[in-house]
Design a protein around this ligand. Structure first.
Ligand code: COA
Length: 158
C-alpha cells in the first residue's frame, strides 16, 4: 500500500497532548491495559522530554501519534513506546508512515528497533509483521495477569 500524500508527520509538542490522549484512551490495547488520563499525559510528557514524539496530520487534523526512544528504553536498539491511529483514519497508511518516520531516525544510530505488543492485540501483530518485524520473545503476565507482552524486533538491512 502506498502512503496517502495527505498524511503529514511532524514532531509533536505539548499542544498535541490533548489529541494524543483522545486517540490513545479510546482504543485497545490502552483501554484493556488500564491507561488513565494521568498515565497518558505522563507517557506523552516523558516522550516529549526524554525521547521522540511525532504526530500524523490528515488534512490538518491530528489522527495518530508515535512515541519512541533511540538511546535508552531497551537494550541493543531503539524502542517504540506507543503508537495509535484514530479509528476513523485506519487503513490509509497513517500507522505505516509513523513507523517509517521513527525507523528512519532510530536506524541512523542503532541496528535494531524493538517494541512490545500485547498478546491479545492481533491486528497490531499483523500490522507489525507486515512491516518486517519478527517475534523474538514473550514476557508472560507483564501488565495484565493472563496476557503476555510479545517482544518484536526489526533489524537494519544494511
Ligand atoms: C496498528 C495500527 C497503528 C495500524 O495503523 P493503520 O494506520 O491502520 O495501518 P496502515 O494503514 O498504515 O497499514 C500498514 C500496513 O499494515 C497492514 N495492516 C494494518 N492493520 C492491519 C490489520 N488489522 N490486519 C492486517 N494487516 C493490517 C496494512 O494492510 C498495511 O500493509 P501493506 O502496506 O502491505 O498494505 C492501528 O490499527 C491502531 O491504532 N491500532 C490500535 C492501537 C494499537 O494497537 N497500537 C499498537 C500498540 S503496540
Amino acid at each position: 500500500m502506498s502512503i496517502d500524500p495527505r498524511i503529514k508527520i511532524r514532531k509533536a509538542s505539548e499542544n498535541d497532548i490533548k489529541d494524543i490522549c483522545r486517540i490513545m484512551l479510546s482504543t485497545d490495547p490502552y483501554v484493556t491495559l488500564g491507561y488513565t488520563e494521568d498515565m497518558c499525559v505522563d507517557t506523552v510528557l516523558s516522550g516529549l522530554e526524554e525521547g521522540w514524539t511525532a504526530v500524523a496530520e490528515y488534512e490538518g487534523e491530528v489522527v495518530g501519534f508515535i512515541i519512541f526512544r533511540v538511546f535508552d528504553g531497551f537494550p541493543l536498539g531503539g524502542y517504540i513506546r506507543a503508537l495509535a491511529v484514530d479509528r476513523r483514519f485506519r487503513g490509509k497508511g497513517v500507522g505505516k508512515a509513523l513507523m517509517r518516520y521513527a525507523e528512519e531516525i532510530i536506524f541512523r544510530y542503532r541496528r535494531n528497533v524493538f517494541l512490545l505488543v500485547s498478546s491479545f492485540n492481533y491486528d497490531a501483530i499483523r500490522f507489525y509483521r507486515s512491516l518486517g518485524y519478527e517475534f523474538v520473545g514473550e514476557i508472560k503476565d507483564a501488565i495484565v495477569e493472563g496476557f503476555s507482552e510479545y517482544i518484536f524486533r526489526k533489524k537494519r538491512s544494511f
